[in-house]
Design a binder for this molecule. Structure first.
Ligand code: SF4
Ligand SMILES: [Zn+2]
Length: 520
């Protein structure tokens, strides 16, 4: 009999008895019971036939009322690789013993990894089980591999790690929970696990890894593509040679520019990590650098994550701070910087994935800005009536949708190519779907196709929801037209493994890890 990873084994009967009591007495079940929601839902799912349908539905509704995480249509699953994972010594980076470099043992995602002994299968399965028990649909998964510089691990470890993640996704969570039994997927080859995932019910439609720009080269990209990687996060920190040297990054701007171009040409989406407040910088310099990131065609990433510099434990910066040689940005200056960025710099084709990193007071040496800075900035934006143009702020989420949408095409040059950003928006500039097309050296590649809204089960049509309502096909059709107009006779799509089937239905076939359509 199967138990979810982390479920206390002696508790099932106890919870069952409590639920039965509620059913028999007719007393209304409310929040505030000492049992966690996911545990109740586990028992409810497992013993569904023992309850009358009305009670089952009432409790289920109560238990799954929070659905925020899947608002962008995909459930994110973060996993950690084991070990130090990075041979460098950037001055701001923490080096907690036995933890992946730059991470702390008390961060929630790291704690999950520790509980699962950094085993990829267990990490993915336990996360999927949790998400399922919280009422999320698992049919589209974005797998995010964290833990320092991914490219530094040897190939066999990386291949094994990704294969086991796919195995976990190929093991049906709903069936496992409801029946206590299912076929546990265990493949021998990565390609075998991937092929299975193309048509399974829990598909990995995006795979992200984080690495350093100086580890990106054609060979590495080829390998990342065999793993199924669709997005790479690179530490850029600050586009300034002097600062990069001062913080001991071990690479310069040349590597950032080269990696950015190679990744874009391979169709891979790019997230830049940026660090305001680094040693050698100040408010004015930071603002100038942020402007440069989006004006200089050598950069122009698709997503950014801010990591405002914090003085963290186990870092060299901790010593600099104690010696009086470094002072982080204070809350007021950082807020001013982020507001100015949102107000005047951020283009509509970029997504601000993160504004601050969640660190606990145990991890930081100096409390320079609060952990709820994001909320504080949201409030300030509203007060000053500033509307951030970034993708994240415009995504439609579960708000009331409009039926009058307009297709807008924005173009910009980047890394010796031309980028086309196609977006479906309504009159309030809210975003319903987007496509990134890149033309370079007589080639065309779709780097991203995303339709927003609640997750719609694969294959089911629902007019009230945006996914599968034709927006995706329309965007792709438009991308094909643009490609043809430029006399390019084939279009490639970087598709996550679990999205391949979708493109097959649209006339694309698999070639060298890309989905491809040709015409004369
Ligand atoms: S490359 Fe990244 S993980 Fe490695 S030391 Fe620098 S910041 Fe830390
Ligand atoms: Zn925004």
């Amino acid at each position: 009999m199967f138990y979810p990873l982390n479920f206390p084994r002696n508790k099932e009967n106890e919870i069952l008895a409590i639920l039965k009591k509620y059913e028999q007495t007719g007393k209304k079940l409310t929040d505030g019971l000492s049992i966690s929601r996911w545990q109740m839902r586990f028992v409810l799912e497992r013993h569904q036939q023992k309850f009358n349908p009305a009670f089952y539905q009432q409790v289920n509704k109560l238990l799954i009322k929070t659905r925020v995480r899947s608002a962008s249509g995909i459930v994110p699953v973060s996993v950690f690789t084991n070990g130090v994972g990075c041979p460098f010594n950037c001055v701001y980076c923490s080096n907690e013993p036995d933890m992946p470099k730059s991470y702390f043992s008390d961060e929630p995602a790291v704690m999950r990894a520790i509980r699962n002994h950094f085993d990829p299968y267990k990490q993915v399965q336990s996360r999927l089980q949790m998400l399922y028990l919280s009422g999320h649909s698992l049919d589209k998964i974005e797998l995010i591999i964290q833990g320092g510089t991914f490219s530094f691990y040897d190939k066999p470890y990386r291949e094994w790690f990704v294969r086991r993640c796919f195995d976990a996704a190929n093991t049906n969570v709903a069936k496992l929970i409801k029946t206590g039994n299912t076929t546990v997927s265990k493949s021998i080859y990565l390609s075998q696990a991937q092929r299975k995932n193309e048509t399974t019910s829990q598909r990995i439609i995006g795979l992200t890894v984080e690495t350093r720009p100086d580890f990106i080269n054609p060979k590495e990209i080829k390998f990342l593509r065999t793993l199924g990687v669709t997005r790479v996060e690179i530490g850029v920190q600050a586009p300034d040679e002097k600062i990069l040297k001062l913080i001991n990054r071990g690479h310069g701007l040349k590597e950032i520019v080269y990696a950015t171009k190679l990744l874009k040409n391979a169709g891979i989406k790019i997230t830049f990590h940026l660090m305001p407040g680094l040693p050698g910088s100040n408010y004015r310099k930071d603002l100038k650098m942020l402007r440069e990131i989006f004006q200089n065609p050598n950069y122009k990433p698709d997503n950014i994550k801010f990591y405002p510099t914090s003085v963290v434990k186990y870092s060299k910066l901790e010593k600099w701070y104690q010696q009086g040689n470094y002072q982080p940005l204070d809350e007021k200056t950082l807020t001013k910087l982020i507001l100015a960025f949102k107000k005047t710099i951020v283009p509509p084709w970029v997504r601000i994935q993160r504004l601050v990193r969640d660190l606990t007071v145990n991890d930081i040496v100096v409390d320079s800005f609060p952990s709820n800075l994001r909320q504080k900035i949201e409030t300030e934006l509203k007060k000053q009536k500033i509307r951030c143009q970034c993708i994240r702020c415009r995504e439609i989420k579960s708000d009331k949708k409009s039926t009058r949408l307009k297709l807008e095409i924005l173009t910009y040059s980047a890394s010796d190519g031309q980028e086309y950003f196609l977006q479906y928006i309504d009159s309030q500039n809210r975003l319903y779907g987007l496509l990134r097309l890149r033309l370079f050296d007589n080639q065309a590649i779709v780097r991203e196709l995303h339709v927003y809204g609640e997750v719609n089960p694969i294959g089911k049509r629902d007019q009230a929801k945006t996914q599968h309502a034709g927006l995706g096909q329309n965007l792709l059709y438009k991308a094909e037209q643009i490609t043809k107009k430029h006399h390019i006779n084939q279009l490639a799509i970087i598709a996550g493994i679990g999205a391949r089937e979708y493109y097959r239905h649209l006339g694309y076939r698999l070639k060298n890890t890309y989905m491809l359509k040709s015409w004369q």
